[in-house]
Structures are given as C-alpha cells and as structure tokens.
Design a protein around this ligand. Structure first.
Ligand code: DX5
Ligand code: ZN
Length: 220
C-alpha cells in the first residue's frame, strides 16, 4: 500500500478547546495537522496565525502543515517557522516572487509547497519542481470548510501525479476540500497521497472511527 497520510484540518475543530481537539485527533490517528491561515484579503475569511500555531505545537508530535491563504506571503513565513510549522504552502498567484518565497520557507527549515485553486493553471510548476516538497490541489475554492468536492480536481491531481513521477522527486501530493469517506479512494486513485479533511472528521463525535474508515477505503 502507498504511504498515505490523513491531515485533519483544524478549521472545523472547536476553537474553544483547541489543545484538547488536536490531541484527540492525533490520538485518533492523524498523520499531519493541517492549519488553515486566512487573511480576509486573499480569501474572504479570517482565521488563525502564528500565535495559535505556537500554542498547539506542544500538544502534537506530528508535523504541522500550514496552508497560507494570505497575500502577500513572505512577511509571515519566518513567524510560522518560529511558531513550529513543519510544512508551509502558499498560493503562487499571491506571491510576486514565487522562487524567493519557496526558498525563504526552506531557509527557515520547513518543507515548502505550492497550492493550486480549481482555476489556477499548473504552469506555475514549470521552473520550481526542485524547490517543492509538497503540491496541494484545492478541490474547493479556498475560504471555508464544509464545501462540496469539485470533481474536476481529479484530472488535475492525475496531471500533477504524472509531473511528480516524471521529475523523480519525493514530493507529497495533497488534496484539500470536501474530502470524506465516500470520495477519498477516488482522490487516491487519481494520485493523491495526503488527504486534508476538516468537516468530515471534526463534524463527527468519534474521530478515530472516521480516520479508520478513511484508511479502510485507501487499503482497498
Ligand atoms: C478551505 C481550507 C480547507 C478546509 C477543508 O479553504 O483550505 O483546508 O478546511 O475543510 P473540509 O474538509 O470541510 O472541506
Ligand atoms: Zn487548507
């Protein structure tokens, strides 16, 4: 079986009990914590920043995957690295100097990735494959949890899978938005290996049951 990773998005967690929530979801089997940063500028919503990342860091042993939905991106990267982020991804159209932003992330000791909205073209990958540790394909338009999976994302995932395989590099292929037990296998068949799920996990009382069911789907 491929090395699949489940990455619960804490966007749908109970923020009044965030430490307990992240501990519980890691105990339930999360491989990564997905941390959605929204700025009410690049996306029409406002969420959490480096202070919250620093606050949850002692509560989890797994990597924290910071998804920056902010513009501009560079100023906030060092702050997240200091706050304990392990992976930092950003949207290429939100950065004036993509190569520089990717290098900045790695210079601060984190893994770096690019995020593609449903309508963002993949040509942004053309000159940066050797600077990437992760490629994140959005299967919803960013800004909110609980939206429905956009099926066109599957062909995009497959196209990215081919580019990663052709490159021969070890790059994680993450999918984010509307992932649930019913469609996770389809995303895996398209080529994803890392699965963000917010409402599907935190919307249910027993996180382990959901994560186990997702893994069951991936094992088939
Ligand atoms: C959307 C965020 C997602 C979101 C996923 O802008 O990037 O990570 O939290 O939530 P669900 O799984 O509910 O679609
Ligand atoms: Zn996200």
């Amino acid at each position: 079986m491929a090395n699949y990773r489940i990455a619960p998005s804490i966007l749908s967690a109970d923020f009044a009990r965030l430490g307990e929530e992240v501990r519980n979801v890691v105990t339930a089997g999360a491989d990564i914590i997905h941390f959605d940063v929204m700025d009410n500028h690049y996306v029409p919503n406002l969420t959490i920043g480096p202070l919250v990342c620093e606050a949850i860091r002692p509560h989890v042993q797994v990597p924290i995957d910071v998804h920056l939905m902010v513009k501009p991106v560079d100023r906030i990267i060092p702050d997240f690295a200091k706050a304990g982020a392990n992976i930092i991804t950003f949207h290429p159209e939100a950065s004036v100097h993509i190569d520089r932003s990717l290098q900045l992330i790695r210079d601060h000791g984190c893994k770096a990735g690019l995020v593609f909205n449903p309508a963002t073209p993949l040509h942004y990958l053309d000159h940066v494959m050797d600077r990437l540790d992760m490629i994140l394909i959005m299967s919803v338009n960013p800004g909110f949890g609980g939206q429905s999976f956009i099926p066109e994302a599957l062909s995009k995932i497959a196209a990215v899978r081919r580019r990663i395989d052709d490159s021969g590099r070890d790059i994680m292929l993450e999918v984010d938005g509307g992932i649930k037990i019913e469609n996770i296998a389809e995303a895996a068949r398209a080529g994803a290996d890392t699965f963000v799920a917010g409402s599907a996990i935190f919307g249910k009382p027993d996180y382990k049951t959901v994560i186990d069911a997702m893994r069951g789907q991936l094992a088939q």
